[in-house]
Write a protein that binds this ligand. Structure first.
Ligand code: ADP
Ligand code: MG
Length: 492
């Protein structure tokens, strides 16, 4: 049974409403020092062809040797995706002419991948419930090198540094129904990989790329023919590619045409996808088990040891933040989106009100970091400093408004927040005598407003504002409020 379609997710065509169906194949570079089957380095930014062993160059007679670290990371990723781990898997040769993979085939896994079915729980902006995207499989395979055609008018170059680097291909089921869902899924998957430390998720370096499969159908119809958009390398482009591809397909079908299954490229400059080649079928690749490699086998104890040593993952952390600190689901999601932000928050919240601290970290600190395009790891304000600001508000030493000024000072000049408050006389005035004096002055200066306030109690706000201004924002707003009510004769 198909779940009922959320009408908000449909795309309006000329003749009908259409549902878009998306499945993603994510290529995630495994975070390891050495390549999948050779000891060559995976370092980014090396001189071209500096990281190429005889195995990567496919010299005759060279033999691939599996890098255990890649296996370990693939299993850990599978565990993080709540997936079935296959204790026996097989490496196959996928035969294809890759100009930048000298073997003439890619070593991949076809019928027996190392990881089977799993799932990812995804919060989508604007949805009240998360969606579940099922994982079909995860397999290990080699990356190819890079051909360079723009350095010389007559020559092409090849850089084999990436050739043979380990990739995890993570294939989703066609469970995604909009560009927003797809973006949220990739973001969540990247979060999980980063928590695990199995892939750094750096899309700018090409360490995480997506093949985006898109089809359209009328709600309730069987799946339509898909097109696969290759190698999309940013979350934003994934969203854009889906939008334009879905519209292209709807246009063709509504004009009476049919969709050819093909491989396409997204051109962000032109905002269009264009055909690259017709889709090849699995049998075109003549897959067969690589005779140089034994099937990959490990036992349950090996997997269990890895499972026991996994870090707390984003879903568990989010749930704990809700329970332990009383945070809203939204705040808990924001704070657990990166391991570094989560750690920062927990350090700042130690022994304090979690909600208050979360507010400060999310609204003030993250707001400011975003504005400056900085990462939490480059924050000029430390967790201890945020904690100290929260303490100063909590004890009534400063008002929320003054706290923002204080934050600004700590951000630009550094220093101990409590000492700054002392030295600069920023303390909130709770001395009722001083407040009363200010209140009396404002009342005396505005007899007409006092008359109006008696008939219209909402005028109170104006008086509060005046007194706060007169005190340089330092008067305790609660005290000001109470005193004004009493003196103006406003109840409640
Ligand atoms: P291939 O390697 O031929 O691309 P895979 O099985 O590895 O095949 O990947 C297929 C991807 O396409 C999966 O992510 C799957 O969810 C997705 N997919 C399959 N059918 C459809 C469809 N009709 N519409 C959109 N996506 C689809
Ligand atoms: Mg594919």
């Amino acid at each position: 049974m198909n779940a009922p379609v959320n009408p908000k997710k449909l795309i309006k065509g000329a003749t009908a409403d259409w549902e878009v169906v998306i499945g993603l194949e994510i290529h995630a570079q495994v975070n390891t020092e050495a390549k999948l089957f050779s000891g060559a380095s995976t370092r980014f930014g090396s001189e071209p062809n500096a990281n190429v062993s005889l195995v990567d160059a496919a010299m005759p007679g060279m033999l691939p040797v599996i890098n255990e670290e890649c296996v370990r990371q693939a299993i850990r990723t599978g565990l993080g995706l709540k997936a079935e781990i296959n204790h026996r898997s097989v490496f196959d040769r996928k035969n294809y002419f890759y100009p930048d993979l000298p073997q003439g085939y890619q070593i991949s896994q076809y019928q027996h991948p190392i990881v089977g079915e799993g799932e990812v729980i995804v919060d989508v902006p604007g949805y009240s419930e998360p969606i579940i995207v099922r994982i079909e499989r995860l397999h290990l395979e080699q990356d190819a090198g890079k051909s360079i055609h723009d350095q010389d008018p007559r020559l092409s170059f090849v850089d084999l540094n990436r050739s043979g680097v380990a990739l995890m291909e993570i294939v989703s089921k066609p469970d995604i129904r909009s560009s927003e869902e797809a973006k949220a899924y990739v973001t969540k998957l990247r979060t999980i990989l980063r928590y695990l430390g199995t892939c750094d998720g750096d899309m700018e370096k090409g360490n995480l790329r997506a093949d985006v499969n898109v089809s359209v159908r009328k709600p309730g119809d069987p799946l339509g023919t898909r097109c696969e958009i290759k190698n999309v390398n940013s979350v934003r482009f994934i969203g854009q590619a889906i939008e334009v591809e879905a519209r292209r397909q709807i246009g063709i079908i509504e004009d009476g045409g049919t969709i050819d299954q093909e491989t396409r490229l997204y051109d962000p400059g032109k905002g269009e996808t264009r055909s690259m080649r017709s889709k090849e079928e699995a049998h075109d690749y003549r897959y067969f088990p690589d005779p140089d490699l034994l099937p990959l086998e490990f036992d349950g104890a090996y997997v269990k040891a890895l499972a026991d040593a996994l870090p707390e993952l984003p879903d568990a952390k989010k749930a704990r933040f809700i329970n332990q600190y009383g945070l809203s689901a939204y705040d808990a999601s924001v704070l657990s989106a990166e391991r570094e932000s989560a750690d920062f928050f927990e350090e700042a919240a130690k022994g304090r009100d979690g909600k208050q601290t979360a507010n400060w970290v999310i609204n003030e600190l993250f707001g400011r970091l975003n504005k400056e395009g900085r990462d939490i790891t480059a924050s000029p304000v430390s967790a201890a400093q945020i904690g100290s600001i929260v303490d100063l508000i909590g004890s009534g030493a400063i008002s929320g408004k003054i706290a923002k000024d204080l934050f600004e000072i700590v951000w630009t000049e550094g220093g101990d927040p409590a000492a700054i408050v002392e030295a600069r006389g920023m303390k909130q005035v709770t001395d009722t005598g001083a407040i009363e004096k200010a209140v009396d002055e404002i009342i005396a200066a505005n007899p007409d407003k006092v008359e109006q306030a008696k008939a219209k109690p909402s005028m109170l706000g104006w008086f509060v504002g005046q007194v706060m201004k007169a005190s340089g924002g330092k008067a305790n707003p609660g005290t000001v409020n109470g005193m004004l009510k009493a003196k103006l004769g406003i109840d409640g």
